[in-house]
Write a protein that binds this ligand. Structure first.
Ligand code: ZN
Ligand code: ZN
Ligand code: ZN
Length: 154
């Protein structure tokens, strides 16, 4: 996936706003994340993608934490794994996307439609709670598994 310069700039700006500096290493890590937006990578996966870049593992681990604090990454956990997975936050929408997780094959799909407007309005009016974000994981059976074509088990 090719990176658009204006998109990269949005993330760089957001990192700077958190008063973190943009180093060449951090920029490389950011590019890997942007090129693989649909993935939910572990830090190990990122390290593999960076293998020719001479970036120390500790730097990658620290950068992932720093990106979380800057609000461009979120930790996600769909399958009660012990290892952290990360998801790039879409800076063009106010709330985090939802995930559909297949109970049978383990596939994770993203839905970018919010669909929670009615719920959010009701929570704000009834509970006087200001909704700023949400992380929703919907479990079920994916289209392929419903047809019985996929016998893969996780
Ligand atoms: Zn996601
Ligand atoms: Zn929402
Ligand atoms: Zn499935």
């Amino acid at each position: 996936m090719k990176i658009k310069q204006n998109e990269l700039n949005k993330y760089v700006k957001k990192i700077r706003e958190s008063s973190a500096k943009i180093t060449p290493q951090r920029l490389e890590i950011l590019k890997v994340l942007l090129r693989n937006k649909d993935e939910h990578y572990t830090t190990e996966d990122i390290i593999k993608q960076l293998k020719n870049k001479k970036i120390g593992q500790a730097t990658v681990y620290r950068t992932m934490e720093l990106f979380c604090q800057a609000g461009i990454l979120k930790k996600v956990n769909f399958k009660n794994e012990d290892i952290a997975r990360y998801d790039l936050v879409d800076l063009t929408v106010p709330h985090f996307h939802h995930h559909l997780v297949c109970n049978n094959c383990g596939r994770v799909m993203e839905i970018t439609e919010d669909l929670l407007e009615t719920l959010e309005e009701r929570i704000e009016s009834v509970y006087n709670f200001k909704v700023t974000d949400h992380e929703l994981v919907i479990k079920g059976v994916c289209a392929t598994c419903q047809t019985g074509e996929n016998h893969e088990q996780t």
